[in-house]
Design a protein around this ligand. Structure first.
Ligand code: NAI
Length: 256
């Protein structure tokens, strides 16, 4: 069996570009998403032999377990790389966003991540050199105004990453995350107000750049060390400034 990757949120944006990149490099891709129609389009594009698709909602344990079991059937139980990418965003003044919308952000970004990690563990453990790449975000480094619940959820992703990287090391599983700033995808296009801040910060990445960062993780000996470097390289202000200065810049830009 060739190398294989399982990607959540694979039907759009960063996940879809990652699926395309890994498939083009000969990997077998398990593409999971709750958007059935977009998944079918991806399957058509990549072809039966290079991709399997799995309709799942990451917060629904039953669909997650089924998706991973179906994938493992195709790969002989192997899961070399798990890319936990599914996520949602709500942008705006904290008090103007409903509590149920804040709750949904935490459910998908945090509980969804845990649900997939929990179900994937046996397959990761059974695979030599298994790796996990979670999607946190630049908003996991600072509390970003108007992104309060999203920022809080991505801090939780960072903490999960650090904890499991140590906890799962004896099982031979490496766990890391990526912290990109503003990436031009459907997620931010739907949030014009929120993308304002990142535009002012001068960052506007395309999803293929982030997909290439996922690929780079495959070649890293340890995941957690290069990540902050990578984050700094992608975000010009953070590159040279200490955290307090970056926070000051954020405050000023947000008030403009
Ligand atoms: P996107 O909105 O373009 O794509 C997200 C995909 O996840 C969609 O196909 C959607 O159907 C799927 N999805 C959402 N909730 C799901 C659920 N409960 N179960 C299964 N699938 C679900 O988003 P984008 O921009 O590609 O983001 C991907 C990841 O990268 C997210 O975790 C996001 O928080 C993170 N990220 C994005 C940044 C950006 O500026 N776009 C920056 C930093 C991190």
């Amino acid at each position: 069996m060739k190398e294989c990757i399982f990607i959540t949120g694979a039907a759009a944006g960063i996940g879809r570009e990652t699926a395309r990149l890994f498939a083009s490099r000969g990997w077998f891709v398990g593409a999971a998403d709750r958007d059935e129609e977009a998944l079918a389009a991806l399957q058509d594009e990549l072809g039966e032999g290079r991709c399997s698709t799995h309709v799942m909602d990451v917060v629904d344990e039953v669909s997650v377990k089924k998706g991973l079991a179906d994938f493992a059937e195709r790969t002989g139980g192997q899961l070399r790389l798990l890319h936990n990418n599914a996520g949602i965003l709500k942008v705006g003044p904290f008090e103007e966003i409903s509590l149920s919308a804040h709750r949904a952000v935490v459910e998908v970004n945090v509980i969804g991540l845990m649900t997939v990690l929990h179900a994937a563990f046996p397959y990761l453990k059974a695979t030599p050199n298994a790796q996990v790449v979670n999607m946190s975000s630049a908003s996991a480094a600072y509390g970003i105004p108007d992104f309060a619940s999203y920022s809080a959820s991505k801090h939780a992703v960072r903490a999960m990453t650090e904890a499991l990287d140590i906890e799962w090391e004896p099982h031979g599983i490496r766990v890391g995350d990526l912290m990109p700033p503003f990436v031009n995808t459907g997620m931010v296009q739907q949030n014009e107000q929120g993308s304002r801040l990142f535009e002012r910060l001068g960052v506007n990445l395309t999803p293929d750049v982030v997909a290439a960062q996922v690929w780079a993780q495959v070649e890293q000996p340890r995941l957690h060390r290069p990540i902050s470097m990578q984050f700094k390289a992608l975000w010009p202000i953070a590159k040279s400034a200490p955290a307090a200065v970056t926070r000051g810049v954020l405050r000023k830009l947000w008030r403009q």
